[in-house]
Design a protein around this ligand. Structure first.
Ligand code: NAD
Length: 476
């Protein structure tokens, strides 16, 4: 694994920056396996200026069908390099290789979706009272800063870049310091596919320098951010100074609600991966499980049985379902939640240990008897820790579900259709699944209520979010 980019991707080329580098640590071995250029404020300014030039000189005025042609080619190029991108992603963040392959394929489908969508996305003709012809245009904004986290770097990078580019914007993509490699590969494949220089820039670097410079940059018109609620709030405050557009996909503490009349076998068999997939580092993780009391013991027994069957191990192994956490910091933070819960007398029903001495591994962990005031019940763990609590009454359960400041996703398990719809309407979340845990569909809007975010990724909603709406009136 030697031939992969490690420099900044600016103006269609890989270039060295001001000289800072970030060590990339393989979370499965704890060893540094490469160093990657980290963009300074000057580098970011260069990237934004180049993006602005590309916007004015080529991309803004390129016909939608011509933009679509390039996006289809990027999808094709992603598929051609899919195995290399998946291997890099797996090594960079410890993601099981089978998941990494699925996520790269998802990235390609996202480019295809927006390549097809952009020629079906238009304005309206409005019958204004004074007569004449009134119509709306969807216009690109200019330079979009896409700031993404380390947990799903490739698909999130794609689901921000593809609709923004399709709509005619130029994009500066900033991956997280821990996960720059697949984003740099995206720059490379986009250039190979014929995307003009400057239309997509990739600037790995720290949040405090590269990220902050992007957020404050006067030429950036929109910030599309996915990450923690804390950083999201800071970005919104800074963006308010010159009214930059923002979309924020933030943290979550999503509920998994299981009624006694549900298909308990299916609910219990599928629920462990709804929280432990990606080793719990998933904004949609169903980390608060609410089970109707009459089914509680049966559900917990089956849930624990299914969790024991999960294969924790080396990310490069085809059979692995759960790899290590991304870093020592991330594992320590998860372990603190477990220690605190044990100290408070909560029941550790499974896991809680490091399964092997090397790598940032942590067993999937099940906690029972937690209280609504416990930190582990209220806060996002972002690690393989789940809490399961019984409930007696639907109203009371919904009050507890909605007591969270977050509202990203959730699941409802019942065979009573009326109840499913009633509860789905009441849960304060942007994304819900009934008798399923699927949260992300390329074609459907994805995003949160309350402190889980603002605006929507994916679906046609994302295209709207990367355009300004202009009204034009022509007199008779
Ligand atoms: P983070 O907020 O620390 O970082 C996210 C990105 O923001 C990184 O690229 C980082 O370098 C950058 N950043 C950090 N400080 C910044 C600043 N001051 N200005 C500008 N950019 C800055 O989050 P993380 O630890 O990388 O990711 C985990 C978080 O992301 C979790 O809370 C998780 O729930 C959330 N997340 C949300 C979604 C979603 O769609 N809602 C998806 C994935 C992850």
């Amino acid at each position: 694994m030697s031939g992969f980019p490690r420099e900044l991707f600016i103006d269609g080329k890989f270039v060295t920056g001001a000289g800072k580098r970030t060590a990339q640590i393989d979370p499965a071995t704890e060893e540094t396996f490469c160093e990657v250029e980290a963009a300074s404020a000057v580098d970011v300014d260069r990237a934004v200026s180049s993006a602005q030039r590309a916007f004015e000189s080529t991309w803004r005025d390129r016909a939608p069908g011509k933009r679509a042609d390039v996006l289809f080619k990027i999808a094709h190029s992603i598929r051609q390099h899919a195995e290399a991108i998946a291997q890099l992603e797996s090594r960079n963040i410890g993601k099981p290789i089978s998941d990494a392959r699925d996520e790269v394929a998802l990235g390609a489908r996202i480019f295809e979706f927006y390549a097809g969508a952009v020629t079906k996305f238009g304005g309206q003709v409005i019958p204004v009272a004074r007569g004449g012809l009134d119509f709306t245009l969807r216009q690109p904004m200019g330079v979009v800063a896409a700031i993404v986290p380390w947990n799903f770097p490739f698909p999130i990078g794609c689901w921000k870049a593809a609709p923004a580019l399709a709509a005619g914007n130029c994009v500066v993509l900033k991956p997280a310091g821990q996960s720059p490699l697949s984003a740099l590969m995206l720059g490379q494949v986009a250039a190979e596919a014929g995307l003009p220089p400057g239309v997509l820039q990739v600037v790995p670097g720290s949040g405090s320098e590269a990220g902050d410079t992007l957020v404050r940059h006067p030429l950036v018109r929109k910030i599309s951010f996915t990450g923690s609620t804390e950083v999201g709030k800071r970005i919104m405050e800074l963006a308010a100074r010159d009214l930059k557009r923002v979309s924020l996909e933030l943290g979550g503490k999503s509920p998994n609600i299981v009624f006694a009349d549900a298909d308990l076998e299916l609910a219990a068999a599928s629920s462990p991966m709804s929280v432990f997939a990606n080793t719990g580092q998933d904004c949609c993780a169903r980390s608060r499980v609410f089970v109707e009391r009459s089914a509680f013991d049966r559900f917990v027994e089956k849930f624990i049985g299914a969790t024991k069957d999960l294969r924790v191990g080396e990310p490069s192994n085809e059979a692995t379902q759960l790899g290590p956490l991304v870093s020592a910091i991330q594992r320590n933070a998860s372990e603190e939640f477990i220690t605190e819960s044990k100290r408070a007398g909560r029941r550790l029903a499974l896991g809680g240990n490091r399964p092997q001495p090397r790598g940032y591994f942590l067993e999937p962990t099940v906690l029972l008897d937690v209280e609504p005031g416990d930190r582990v019940w209220r806060e996002e763990v972002f690690g393989p820790v789940v809490c399961i609590r019984p409930f007696d009454n639907e109203e009371q359960m919904l009050r507890e579900v909605n007591a969270s400041p977050y509202g990203l996703s959730g699941s409802i398990w019942t065979n009573d259709l009326k109840r499913a719809l009633r509860v789905a309407r009441r849960v304060e979340s942007g994304v819900l699944s009934i008798n399923s845990h699927a949260s992300v569909h390329v074609e459907a809007p994805f995003g949160g209520f309350k402190q889980s975010g603002l605006g929507r990724d994916l679906g046609m909603a994302a295209l709207e979010g990367y355009t300004e709406l202009k009204n034009v009136y022509i007199a008779d």
